[in-house]
Design a protein around this ligand. Structure first.
Ligand code: GLN
Length: 310
């Protein structure tokens, strides 16, 4: 498909998103996110060595929130390797992203690195032997290297807002501590975790940051090919929490969502796609973002399950 056709598809998807009356609901448990205008939408497609295509509010920065868990996982696997799996599982949870129930049942070993409990353990692993400031710097370094863009920053106000109100995450961290699956005090690990979630990017920047997971020849080589396949597998099975099966069915590509309304989706061997619409569906994933990705994959035929448009 040529770029003019792809650009026309992005424009159409964006027009449809702005016209859709049901935008979902913005996350309201983080005060800074509750204040975001739901009437915003952006999409960006990045491909190594080819122009990045964008539509909508593609230059507006948004809070990437749980999309950051992909970068922290890649970093943690780089330093710990497979030892990370002694502390975190690799199965879909079928539960909400901040669920306590599974952690209780499974004695403090989170189901996967993308639910909050699992991401808190992953961040704790990145923190080993480092000060929170240094761990955060290495997470931000990884994201900037991945995006080949130094103009990516953490919004301290969003992080502070979550430190003040993140009671469930504190409960999860204390529960992990009680099972010996947290190596640092809850406030240190969570301080790092909340700041990593508060990284802000535009859709174009996020799409660039995902290129290393496409495995394309000219993409930044930040992790090995075998690790790329594993991270994509986890994104496919666990990247949308209890909505992961629904996303796989509708979109057919590995993706990771965040409560800021962003979704990063990888088209292996081809492209990295970021979409942003702040209103969420009942799983806490971007409502219009998911719908837009479904339209994009229907129109392009991009999927890991077959590759032709109807
Ligand atoms: N910072 C958010 C939290 O921990 C991230 C959750 C998300 O994006 N799903 O609650």
């Amino acid at each position: 498909m040529d770029d003019a056709r792809l650009q026309a598809i992005l424009e159409q998807i964006t027009a449809d998103a702005f016209a859709e009356p049901d935008k979902g609901r913005v996350a309201n448990y983080i005060p800074q996110l509750a204040a975001i205008d739901a009437n915003q939408f952006a999409i960006a497609i990045a491909r190594p060595g080819r122009p990045t295509l964008t539509a909508g509010n593609a230059d507006t920065r948004f809070s990437i929130q749980s999309v950051s868990k992909v970068f922290t996982l890649a970093l943690a696997l780089g330093t710990l390797g497979d030892r990370l799996w002694e502390r975190v599982g690799r199965e879909p949870s079928g539960q909400a992203f901040d669920s306590m129930v599974l952690l209780e049942q499974e004695k403090g070993r989170p189901r996967n690195p993308f639910i909050n409990a699992g991401a808190i353990v992953t961040t704790d692993a990145v923190l080993s032997g480092a000060e929170p400031r240094e761990a955060l710097a290495s997470i931000l370094r990884f994201v900037r290297d991945a995006a080949a863009d130094e103009d990516i920053h953490i919004n301290d106000t969003v992080a502070a807002s979550e430190i003040a109100t993140g009671h469930r995450n504190f409960a999860l961290a204390h529960y992990l501590l009680s099972h010996g699956n947290l190596m640092h005090p809850a406030d240190l690990t969570l301080g790092t975790y909340f700041h990593q979630c508060a990284i802000e990017m535009t859709c174009a920047q996020l799409a660039h940051a995902g290129l290393f997971l496409t495995g394309c020849e000219n993409a930044p080589r930040l992790v090995s090919h075998s690790r790329i396949r594993r991270i994509n597998a986890l994104m496919m099975t666990c990247g949308h929490y209890d909505g992961s099966g629904d996303y796989a069915y509708r979109v057919g590509l590995p993706g990771k969502s965040g409560v800021g309304g962003g979704i990063l989706t990888i088209v292996p061997g081809r492209a990295s796609v970021a979409v942003w619409a702040p209103g969420l569906n009942r799983y806490g994933n971007s409502k219009l973002g998911t719908e837009a990705m479904q339209s994009l994959t229907d129109l392009t035929g991009w999927s890991v399950f077959g590759a032709a448009p109807d």
